[in-house]
Design a protein. Structure first.
Length: 732
DNA sequence: GCGTTACATATTTTT
DNA sequence: TATGTAACGC
């Protein structure tokens, strides 16, 4: 069997493992995708399993596509029928098939993060809850967490007053989703699990069908996904999962690497196979990575080894400040390129937070160097793109009030807040969807029973909009998708609305055209397939694959990628590990894994970079070296930078061009004149009144940077820190 | 409905 | 620092 020829013994053991439950723990660069793909090929070619009886799930479209390509190369036509896709896409597929058993119909739309936020805001308004005290983002994360753990609104625990609020918001949020004939990302999983649990025949159908279930990145599964897998493989019991606890970096999205341990508990007869040979990195890189990750608990220790030799030492560069840090990176990369030691596309700069990319970009720009920034502004997040998608969604699903709210007055057609609220009210009372009311208004005009609910002008403009909607609905079946798209653009005069003389306007229209191009590809499959893909495809998929420029990206975005030269910047306490991880050991362990993921992206060289001082929100502060650096054995490191000037002077290496010093910003302005003393106007225990927050008591007051900062406890909102010069505080 | 201003806020973001 | 947003006034 030639597909097994190039495998090492561990890989071969995994690919040809006996049926039943198999857990493959695959270190970075150990060929896990290869093993997964070959396992599918092995099932089909050697064991004669029919493709339609195989389900393979991944987390990203990219991973799914990658697998599909490799399988096609191996199997050709024989891959036809394999269910291969992301968790979410797989669930959506099942839900559409079984929608008669669910509280929404098969034209349901999938709400993305943006839509969710809109809906939660509306929920809060509905329930008269202060969105300052109960932030939509925090409500959503609580709801998401509940869904990931399969907790329904009725079962939401109410241990505190806050829980009580969340519970009410969760409940109402779900009702609104249902009114909109929509589901959110988490619902796709949750509903799929409920569908299987509450309808035994359905579960039987799918679990009979899927003789083999295979899973990629298993360490990133949450409770809902884990349960789903259990149900789907219940009948045949063939569950093949591949993952690496050490690369679990999505805890905050509900992922629980402990599912790896759970798997072994739940399936005591399962086989466990470790892939420990690394084909990517030099031994020095692996040794450093291992030193870092070995400090984590609850994991299977692995002995990663490489046959690529020790390689170069890891460079640790300590810059004087964050500007110098960025300048060093840009310079070092330029030197590498001009010395012919690397190509731009071989290099990446990784950081903990997106904000860190700004200084890098500036440094690259100043040096006249091209770069590729991952995850900056998202194509699908652009306003004009979202607008067009909202129109299309309304055609498919007129009940979608979030999309309706988005575009009913875009371009402006005189439908304000009041009219919109009246419309929703009328719809609720009639037990109809907002879209139906609009269409009825358009058809019957003043004779419509709804006309009375609005002022004369309101009824007219709403009817006009309803007319548009109804018109699109009629032609949807007969027009191709791009034709429908054009019709909407022309009916709404959308181009004239966004395209002005400015470059920005041109860009905007360009984005709309790009979306139309995408619609063109969906001529055959139609509107609903198009919308589903838009919802389930991530922005990562829109990144151009090929480029010969260095890549700038977050550590999260780097997972699964590899580069010859890797720079990791910001190795300071507070940034990596991030201060938000606080003293929670689980969070700290995740920060460590994140660093580990970054380290193991490197094939040849690693550059760890930090700054003695960096500016955070305006103020300039000294920073401590990251604790993770201390974990790397001294013998693997070569020191450069601020603290090591002597060594630098004695070495004639290219890592430190003299130029970088001049690349730093001009000396900063002299410190604010401290001679002009500022008097403290507020003292503890003073009673004050704020125009917004009302009455409060001064807790403390201090002069900082020539400004008086006052800490006040308000009766309405609690603790606030204010600038005396800005806040209009009144003594009472 | 639009532009201005004041102010709060500031991780990561596979789907 | 710089950015987004929410309330305010026209």
């Amino acid at each position: 069997m030639n597909i097994l020829d190039d495998l090492n013994s561990q890989q071969r053991q995994a690919v040809t493992a006996d049926l039943g439950q198999v857990l493959v723990l695959a270190g970075p660069g150990s060929g896990k995708t290869r093993v997964l793909t070959l396992r599918v090929a092995y099932l089909i070619l050697t064991l004669g399993v029919r493709p339609a009886n195989i389900l393979a799930v991944t987390f990203t479209n990219k991973a799914a596509r990658e697998m599909e390509n490799r399988l096609t190369r191996l199997l050709g036509e024989k891959i036809q029928g394999v269910w291969l896709g992301t968790f979410h896409a797989t669930c959506a597929r099942i839900l559409r098939r079984e929608s008669n058993l669910l509280p929404f119909n098969s034209s349901f739309v999938i709400f993305d993060a943006d839509d969710q936020e809109n809906l939660v805001k509306r929920t809060l308004k509905d329930l008269n809850i202060d969105d300052k005290l109960y932030r939509p983002a925090s409500m959503l994360s609580a709801i998401s967490q509940a869904k990931n753990n399969l907790v329904l609104p009725s079962a939401y625990p109410t241990r505190s007053y806050r829980d009580e609020i969340v519970s009410r918001v969760y409940k109402r949020y779900q009702e609104l989703l249902q009114i909109c004939n929509a589901v959110d990302f988490d619902d796709l999983l949750l509903w799929a699990v409920r569908l299987l649990e509450e309808n035994p025949p359905v579960k039987e159908k799918y679990s009979h069908r899927f003789e083999h279930v295979l899973v990629d990145e298993f360490q990133d599964t949450n409770m809902a996904q884990y349960r789903l897998l259990q149900h789907l493989c219940e009948f045949h019991g063939n569950l093949f999962v591949v993952g690496d606890e050490d690369q679990s970096i999505y805890r905050w999205r509900g992922a629980d690497y402990k599912n790896v341990l759970r798997f072994e508990d739940d399936y005591p007869d399962s086989q466990k196979i470790l892939l420990e040979q690394n084909y990517r990195s030099t031994q020095n890189v692996l040794d450093a990575a291992r030193a870092v990750i070995d400090r984590n608990q609850y994991r299977t220790p692995k002995q990663l080894f490489s046959e690529r030799g020790a390689g170069d030492k890891i460079v640790l560069y300590e810059a004087v400040d964050d500007h110098a840090e960025a300048a060093y990176v840009a310079d070092a990369i330029q030197q590498l390129i001009s010395a012919g030691k690397a190509r731009g596309g071989d290099m990446a700069v990784m950081y903990r937070t997106n904000a860190q990319s700004r200084l890098l970009e500036e440094a690259f720009l100043r040096a006249g160097m091209a770069y590729r920034l991952v995850g900056a502004q998202r194509f699908y997040g652009r306003r004009e793109v979202k607008d067009m998608i909202a129109y299309l969604r309304l055609v498919q699903n007129p009940a979608d009030e979030v999309s309706l709210g988005r575009v009913i007055n875009v371009p402006p057609r005189g439908i304000g807040d009041k009219t919109l609220v009246a419309l929703q009210l009328a719809a609720r009372q009639a037990g109809a969807s907002a879209g139906e009311v609009l269409i009825d208004l358009a058809a019957k005009g003043p004779d419509s029973p709804f006309a009375k609910a609005f002022g004369g002008r309101g009824a007219t403009v709403l009817a006009d909009f309803g007319g548009l909607l109804a018109g699109w609905g009629e032609v949807e079946a007969s027009l191709t998708l791009p034709a429908l798209f054009d019709r909407i653009v022309s009916d709404t005069v959308y181009r004239e609305y966004i395209e002005d003389e400015s470059e920005e306007g041109q860009d905007r229209w360009g984005n709309v055209e790009e979306l139309r191009l995408l619609a063109y590809e969906y001529q055959e499959r139609g509107l609903s397939a198009f919308l589903e893909n838009l919802a389930l495809v991530s922005d990562q998929d829109t990144i151009p694959e090929r480029s010969d420029s260095p890549t700038l990206l977050t550590l999260h975005a780097a997972k699964g990628l590899e580069f010859a030269q890797v720079f990791i910047i910001g190795l300071d306490e507070g940034l990596l590990p991030h201060s938000r991880s606080g003293d929670d050991p689980e969070e700290m362990a995740e920060e460590r894994r994140l660093f580990y993921v970054g380290l193991t992206r490197a094939k040849n060289n690693l550059y760890l970079v930090r700054a003695e001082r960096r500016s955070t929100f305006g103020s300039f502060e000294g920073s401590e070296s990251s604790r993770f650096i201390d974990d790397i054995p001294e013998g693997l490191i070569r020191h450069l930078g601020e603290n090591y000037r002597e060594r630098r002077a004695s070495s004639s290496s290219w890592e430190l061009p003299a130029r970088w010093e001049s690349a730093r910003l001009a000396p900063s302005a002299p410190p604010p004149d401290s001679s002009k003393k500022i008097e403290r106007r507020y003292r503890p225990a003073m009673h004050v009144r704020h125009p917004v927050w009302g009455d409060g008591i001064v807790l403390n007051s201090a002069i900082r940077d020539g400004e008086e900062e006052v800490d006040v406890h308000f009766e309405s909102v609690g603790f606030k820190r204010l600038l005396a010069s800005l806040a209009k505080l009144e003594l009472i």
